[in-house]
Design a protein around this ligand. Structure first.
Ligand SMILES: Cc1cc2nc3c(=O)[nH]c(=O)nc-3n(C[C@H](O)[C@H](O)[C@H](O)COP(=O)(O)OP(=O)(O)OC[C@H]3O[C@@H](n4cnc5c(N)ncnc54)[C@H](O)[C@@H]3O)c2cc1C
Length: 380
């Protein structure tokens, strides 16, 4: 038997950021259990998008806390996150999305988010190759952009290791012991790691880790695809991460080509992250229609990973009253990379008894039982 002060289950960007922020606070012996390789979950599959443009106050505030940390990541963490701060451009083409985005614009103004409403013509002035004839309006925030998920993960892991955090790979948590109503240990392989605090940072697998302490966490694995083209003749400049909101198609520059992402609404939640190549023609059709210059490109690779989806598209964040010592930081619903700097700090603050830098009380697990969901609209 060994012992630790905190055991973190999950070695993705959320677990690594929590470990780093705990180590900054001298929170004792910290062990991160990763059943596979660090970053092999959603962290290694994502599009790297970073944005302030959310529809709920808590998501905007999490982004506002995280963004300056990503802008200063190289100085703080000694690793270049390759943050391309080219902005996010949302294209609104459907009547049904007008009012929600007008509400978001009002929220952004109140919270000091430097996002602007643009006409289609103004959007095209920023991104000349994009088709805008059906665009009712667009929103643009120049501080948004995209970064490299691996570099961000590596930054947290490297700096946390220097401060004594132990990262174990190939080390699945099998069970969590609860005694007298509170967490006492984690079982990993043949080992029992005695500890007072366990953090569930298992992403799309967060419900499985919740079940180890008898909780039913509503986190579902939603398969999401990404396809990347080779170089595109005539498209060699930077452009914003662009989202055709109605279809959920998004794209940004990637290794000289274009990264394309889109959800398949027919895909049911399940643990299958194989690539459905039959879905590619649908993505290509939408992409060619929105960015006709892509007809000069070929798709050279594709992969799929999981959104860790909750019913209101917000994470379950914080301590759990029913199980003292169990802390949840999972279910980021497709925006965990960008919120990792804030989430890691906040979870560390909660564990160390400090006031959190963002009020995340609305994201506690009990919101589902109370029917107090905080629904995020701006997710694709
Ligand atoms: C296609 C795609 C595009 C995305 N685009 C963006 C984007 O543009 N911007 C953004 O911010 N986010 C994006 N996301 C979401 C983002 O990737 C996730 O929100 C984020 O990676 C969550 O990090 P995590 O550490 O919680 O989960 P993960 O990275 O999945 O890490 C969880 C880890 O827990 C491990 N684990 C599970 N069970 C156990 C166990 N019992 N014991 C030990 N380890 C265990 C897993 O192996 C995994 O490595 C995207 C996701 C996908 C799939």
């Amino acid at each position: 038997m060994t012992s630790a002060d905190v055991v973190i289950v999950g070695g993705g960007v959320i677990g690594a950021s929590i470990a780093y922020h705990l180590s900054l606070r001298g929170a004792g012996r910290i062990v991160v259990l990763e059943r596979d390789r660090l970053g092999n979950g959603s962290t290694g599959k994502n599009a790297g998008g970073i944005r302030l443009q959310f529809s709920t106050e808590v998501n905007v505030r999490l982004s506002q806390r995280a963004l300056p940390r990503l802008e200063a990541f190289r100085d703080e963490m000694g690793v270049d996150p390759q943050f391309h701060q080219v902005g996010y451009l949302f294209l609104i083409t459907e009547e049904r999305d007008i009012v929600p985005f007008e509400r978001s614009l009002a929220l952004w103004e109140r919270l000091g988010v430097p996002a602007r409403r643009l006409t289609g013509t103004q959007a095209q002035a920023i991104f000349p190759e994009v088709r805008v004839d059906d665009v009712r309006f667009a929103t643009f925030c120049a501080r948004d952009g995209y970064a490299d998920p691996h570099s961000i993960l590596q930054g947290y892991v490297a700096r946390a290791r220097e401060r004594g955090v132990e990262f174990r790979e190939g080390a699945p948590a099998r069970a969590i012991d609860v005694s007298g109503g509170r967490v006492t240990a984690v079982r990993a392989g043949d080992e029992r790691i005695q500890c007072g605090t366990v953090v569930n940072a298992a992403g799309a697998w967060g419900a499985q880790v919740g079940a180890m302490v008898g909780l039913r966490l509503p986190i579902a694995p939603l398969r999401r695809h990404i396809f990347v083209t080779g170089p595109v003749a005539g498209l060699d400049h930077e452009f914003p991460l662009t989202i055709e909101f109605a279809s959920g198609l998004y794209f940004h520059r990637e290794s000289g080509g274009v990264l394309l992402g889109m959800a398949d609404p027919a895909d049911p939640p399940r643990f299958d992250d194989s690539v459905n190549w039959d879905f590619l023609p649908t993505v290509v059709e939408h992409a060619l229609s929105r960015l006709p210059v892509l007809e000069r490109a070929t798709v050279k690779t594709g992969w799929a990973g999981f959104y860790e989806d909750t019913p209101d598209r917000h994470p379950i964040l914080g301590t759990i009253e029913e199980v003292p010592g169990f802390v949840c930081a999972a279910g980021f619903s497709g925006h965990g990379l960008m919120h990792a700097p804030a989430a890691g700090e906040i979870v560390a603050q909660l564990i160390c008894g400090e006031p959190p830098s963002v009020d995340v009380s609305t994201l506690r697990f009990d919101r589902f039982a109370r029917g107090a969901l905080v629904v995020e609209h701006n997710v694709v």
